[in-house]
Design a protein around this ligand. Structure first.
Ligand SMILES: Nc1ncnc2c1ncn2[C@@H]1O[C@H](COP(=O)(O)OP(=O)(O)OP(=O)(O)O)[C@@H](O)[C@H]1O
Length: 349
């Protein structure tokens, strides 16, 4: 994938309200050519509204949208150089796969002789060669989404818009198609905005992730940065799993009536007080009383997750879970030592 210095799409202080709800609030994003930018956020955070503004299905109240440098916010959807892939492919049911893929080329006035080879190439790319004469009803959900992908990519739009295209598929298919979209992006280097509430999808596919909350962008950066250096407590807890250790914390040991204890060595620069401390469960270690922070917690229950067991603990009001390969020598009700390093804690207040 090559990211150019020129912009495929620029959103400049976009705003859109519905009644009293500000769905898109002062959103600015600059998508470079070849970049794959994901809008990630919980339900109602404004992802789809932002995408609909770009596609021309909604009008902004304020702000500007530029595609390849030209203003488009006054243009209707069909005059914008975009193509959208929806949650459920939205294929024409009475057209064959080949006709579905050819449709956009016809609408754009591509010469007749060029259409068939481009359709063939697009179906090849999504590994659907040989399916040309089928109708959507004769295809699986995953195949239909691949047709939708081919139909959008074949017109080579300035920017591809993905509206949760995998959310209606089951898990294994979702993972498979996620990898295919990533491979296609690496090979072809199209520019894209991808809407999802699935952080795994966002992490795996994106050049950059924009984390949205209440219509605003809370952080926009490379996936490694958003995960490793979250700009806020919201981003930290939304991206990846976390355990909240306590509020009203004092460093040093404290015992709970139940026999659970917590012994915290607060990281440099953290004064005692009303902090919310978090740690990623992957950084917690069982049967480690030698690490700088430790907790004696009661094993509550266990879940088997396939390659790991997830052990759920309670220490007073603190609830933690730890993923561990293989069984541990403890039963529910046992007090267990859990340790972690100060550098793996983050604090917010
Ligand atoms: N046409 C509309 N009329 C009224 N309110 C709307 C409309 N479209 C969106 N909203 C509101 O705007 C806010 C943002 O909605 P939006 O669909 O953009 O969020 P989202 O992040 O895409 O959520 P989801 O993941 O559930 O699709 C929500 O509060 C929603 O109820």
């Amino acid at each position: 994938m090559v990211v150019a210095d020129t912009s495929a799409l620029e959103l400049d202080r976009l705003r859109r309200a519905f009644g009293g709800v500000v769905a898109v609030d002062d959103v600015s994003i600059d998508v470079k050519r070849g970049e794959f930018v994901t809008l990630l956020g919980p339900s109602g955070s404004g992802k789809t509204s932002t995408l609909r503004l770009i596609g021309g299905f909604e009008k902004p109240d304020a702000g500007a949208i530029r595609i390849n440098g030209g203003r488009v916010d006054h243009l209707p959807a069909y005059q914008r150089d975009t193509a959208t892939i929806f949650q459920t492919g939205a294929l024409f049911p009475h057209k064959t796969v080949a006709e579905n893929v050819a449709y956009g080329l016809r609408m754009r006035g591509v010469a007749r002789a060029d259409i068939a080879p481009r359709v063939r190439q697009a179906l090849d790319i999504v590994r659907l060669a040989g399916f040309e004469e089928r109708y959507p009803a004769q295809m699986s959900g995953g195949q239909k989404q691949r047709v939708a992908l081919a139909r959008s990519m074949v017109v080579r739009p300035a920017i591809l818009l993905f509206d949760e295209p995998l959310s209606a598929l089951d898990l294994s298919l979702r993972l498979q198609l996620r990898a295919e979209i990533k491979r296609l992006h690496d090979e072809i280097g199209f520019s894209a905005i991808y809407v999802t509430h699935d952080q795994g999808e966002a992490m795996a596919m994106s050049s950059r992730v924009a984390v949205m909350r209440s219509g605003r962008i809370e952080q926009i950066d490379r996936p490694e940065k958003v995960f490793g250096e979250p700009a806020s407590e919201f981003v930290y807890t939304f991206i990846g799993e976390s355990c909240c250790l306590k509020t009203q914390m004092a460093s040093g040991a404290a015992a709970d009536a139940d026999g659970a204890t917590i012994d915290l060595r607060l990281a440099n620069g953290l004064a005692d007080g009303d902090w919310r401390l978090y740690v990623r469960p992957s950084r917690l270690q069982i049967d480690r009383a030698d690490l700088d922070n430790r907790l004696k917690a009661r094993l509550d229950f266990t879940e088997f997750l396939g390659d790991v067991h997830r052990y759920h603990f309670k220490a007073g009001r603190i609830e933690l879970f730890v993923d561990h390969q293989g069984a541990i020598a403890h039963r529910p009700g046992d007090l267990v030592d859990i340790g972690w390093r100060s550098a793996d804690m983050v604090a917010y207040r």
